[in-house]
Write a protein that binds this ligand. Structure first.
Ligand code: NDP
Length: 317
């Protein structure tokens, strides 16, 4: 999108900001009638159990936001907070007990788990039909064959942002930077499901910038603050920034441009994505800001997955 700068005669590029908060609100609103239908059919609300091991402050904030959103919607939320010293065996028993409880439709084990715990074993112990994070191998397999199943929340949120902003996906070149099991890989599978031509990049990709410049849709999920720069972005591309990084060093905040620096000076810290915010605003036709882009969608999709899991368990869909 372009606009003429008043009085200068210069053409100023104005990128379209993809508002994740608005999409989150739409999704949460759509959850309401489905919850009412479940209440009418089963005489109870959907139930979500969140397991938070230890006292990691960031995880505590994430879990609080999840359970608050659930309760605000009328979903029954239960948080279980075992001590960080819990063993893998004990955690497995806890998860299996949740699998057995009929009023619990969704189980989420907050990551990361303490290093001594076998995270994969714990995630694999969650009953696939209650796996609202979509990380169980059964759900990963269903995604990879394009069959219905519970899909990972963050990448599903990206698809919602694109679709609800009428950004075409089919036939377009999508480049995903990052290949984690939580974001990058499922993101690639979901874009493929939407008929994009997908390339997945990682830390060993040769000439990352050149590959990224082939993207009509560029998704960055690497966990490196502002690492994706102008040379990675084809002018006019749609850029989705999944990264959430806290910058606590003023010198680093200064490199992110005046808006981020001003935010830093107010709070002593500022959030930035994996894409440089100024390069993205200057070159992309549309982009997700950080914060306020992909972030808000993750919780909304978790709520929707919980409802979907409940509907499936009750035979309502
Ligand atoms: P991981 O650390 O698990 O994975 C990072 C991936 O990026 C790896 O595949 C790695 O490659 C790749 N990578 C790292 N550095 C580079 C580089 N310089 N060039 C190319 N590829 C690189 O991270 P996650 O996938 O869990 O998270 C990614 C980001 O998304 C983080 O900023 C995280 O905070 C954010 N996030 C946001 C969420 C939200 O709700 N918005 C939810 C989840 C995550 P390799 O495999 O070769 O090591």
């Amino acid at each position: 999108m372009c606009g003429r700068l008043a009085g200068t005669g210069k053409i100023k590029h104005v990128a379209h900001i993809l508002d994740g908060n608005k999409v989150r609100d739409q999704i949460l609103e759509e959850c309401q009638p489905r919850i009412q239908r479940i209440l009418a059919a089963a005489g109870r609300a959907p139930g979500l159990a969140v397991v938070l091991v230890g006292a990691d402050p960031a995880s505590q904030v994430y879990v609080r936001n999840k359970t608050r959103t659930a309760e605000g919607l009328g979903i029954y939320g239960e948080t279980i907070t075992p001590d960080a010293s819990i063993t893998t065996e004990e955690l497995l028993r806890l998860v299996r007990a949740l699998n057995m409880r009929p009023e619990i439709d969704g189980i989420l084990v907050q990551l990361p788990l303490p290093a001594h715990i076998d995270s994969r074993q714990v995630l694999n112990a969650i009953a696939p039909e209650k796996d609202v994070d979509g990380f169980h191998p059964v759900n990963v397999g269903l995604l990879s064959i394009g069959a219905p199943g519970l899909r990972p929340c963050t990448p599903s949120g990206v698809i919602e942002i694109l679709k609800r902003h009428q950004i075409p996906i089919a036939g377009r070149n999508a480049v995903v930077v990052g290949r984690s099991n939580i974001v990058g890989k499922p993101m690639a599978m979901l874009l493929l499901e939407e008929n994009a031509t997908v390339t997945v990049c990682h830390s060993r990709t040769a000439d990352l910038a050149a590959v990224c410049r082939t993207a009509d849709i560029l998704v960055a999920a690497i966990g490196k603050p502002a690492a994706i720069r102008a040379e990675h972005i084809r002018p006019g591309a749609v850029v989705i920034d999944v990264g959430i990084n806290a910058v606590t060093d003023r010198a680093k905040a200064e490199l992110l441009g005046p808006a981020k620096l001003a935010a830093f000076d107010k709070r002593g810290t500022v959030l930035v994505g994996d894409v440089h915010p100024m390069d993205m605003a200057e070159l992309a036709s549309a982009y997700t800001p950080v914060p306020g882009g992909v972030g808000p969608l993750t919780i909304a999709l978790l709520m929707r997955n919980t409802i979907e899991a409940t509907e499936r368990r009750l035979g309502l869909c």
